[in-house]
Ligand binder design. Structure first.
Ligand SMILES: [Zn+2]
Length: 379
């Protein structure tokens, strides 16, 4: 038996008046996701434990059975795992566009090449020898600090869109002061390096974590396919393979064919495959309602539909769920339940895949940390 975990990042949403009080998932044409819900069993899972920020890191770790209350140290450290970076502390470092407010947490979707130019510039001209910048994908880069400091309170830039940045600068102790200094400095120098971005925004810092290994815990050889470094870091931390796919954009125009091809190939080689896609979340952050509905339909057709067509369903269990909701109305993540459907065991009465239909399924409302037990039928 093989296991496929499908995670469309940020797909869940709220009821929207403009849609006749329905959610984007309820409005979208998505026969393939509905098939999984109809032929399988459904429920509603809380993937972000109380007291945690509803980030994709926390949510995806929880889905994969990692108790973040014991193991989570921050977004930056997980992305450092993705790149084999070793340092005392690692922060995510967004390249952003600001005025006196946060204009764009995603730096105009700066290209990898231009982002690298910015990072190279920062490294060549940086003000502290124990600080080093690392390039990642587009606006998602890292800032590593190779010296011990007390914890710093930072703010995720996607949570402060349109808000005064002065109120959300790093706080607490020596390192906060250093980060603020680097940020102010970047605001002065970056306009001469790039038109798209004019500031660095470090957040989600911490020590590099030790996760329990997936294969030891579940006895399955696992692989992860994703468009973002975050999931590569999770894969590396859990000792799972990360499968590269060419031509990924992390957006709705991504290489769907390549993602499906590598997923099917990986299912031959591994027992457990995660396919995490980013586009629906990004479009939710943009507050683009029409775009979100369309992105859900494209995901249904080009990912779920193609996999259902081509995979051997008699030998496959599938679990489908967004990691967290990204309500269009808020343009950011919330720590609320997501719908899930598990295909390959028995059926319940749920006929469609949505926030409210799945909540009536046989699993009811569960703690996200139990998802793997339901999916693998253990415990
Ligand atoms: Zn997001």
């Amino acid at each position: 038996m093989k296991f496929l975990l499908l995670i469309p990042d940020g797909m869940a949403d709220w009821r929207i008046e403009k849609l006749g009080n329905r959610t984007p998932l309820e409005v979208a044409e998505k026969p393939n996701m509905d098939f999984i819900a109809k032929e399988g069993s459904c429920g509603s899972a809380l993937t972000v434990p109380k007291g945690f920020e509803p980030g994709s890191d926390v949510a995806n770790l929880t889905i994969l059975g990692v108790d973040v209350r014991k193991h989570y140290t921050g977004r930056g450290p997980i992305e450092a795992l993705a790149n084999g970076i070793k340092a005392k502390l690692v922060f995510r470092c967004n390249l952003v566009k600001v005025s006196d407010v946060m204009l764009d947490y995603a730096g105009g979707r700066i290209s990898d090449a231009e982002a690298k130019k910015v990072i190279d510039y920062l490294n060549a001209n940086k003000k502290y020898e124990f600080v080093r910048f690392y390039s990642g994908k587009s606006y998602r880069n890292l800032l590593a600090v190779d010296r011990d400091f007390e914890p710093v309170k930072t703010y995720a830039p996607h949570d402060i869109l349109g808000k005064k940045i002065a109120e959300f600068m790093p706080e607490g102790g020596e390192l906060a002061k250093i980060l603020r200094d680097l940020m102010e400095w970047s605001k002065i120098v970056l306009p001469s390096v790039s038109e798209k971005v004019n500031m660095i925004w470090p957040w989600g810092g911490g020590k590099i974590p030790e996760f329990p290994k997936f294969r030891e815990k579940y006895g399955l050889r696992g692989a992860v396919i994703s468009e973002v470094d975050l999931l590569k870091g999770i894969a590396n931390g859990l000792g799972m393979d990360f499968v590269e796919v060419e031509g990924l954009t992390g957006y709705v125009d991504t290489n769907y064919k390549g993602l499906v091809r590598q997923t099917l190939k990986s299912l031959e080689k591994f027992d457990f495959v995660v396919l995490h896609t980013e586009g629906i979340d990004e479009i939710s952050h943009e507050g683009n309602l029409e775009g979100k509905i369309e992105a859900i339909e494209i995901y249904d057709e080009k990912i779920v539909g193609k996999i259902l067509d081509k995979a051997d369903l008699s030998e496959l269990k599938i679990m489908l769920l967004p990691d967290h909701p990204t309500p269009i109305a808020l343009r950011t993540h919330v720590a609320e339940s997501v719908p899930f459907a598990i295909y390959g065991y028995e059926r319940d009465d749920v006929k469609t895949f949505s926030e409210f239909s799945c909540a009536k399924g046989r699993f009811g409302s569960i703690d996200g940390l139990r998802l793997m037990d339901y999916f693998l039928r253990r415990g």
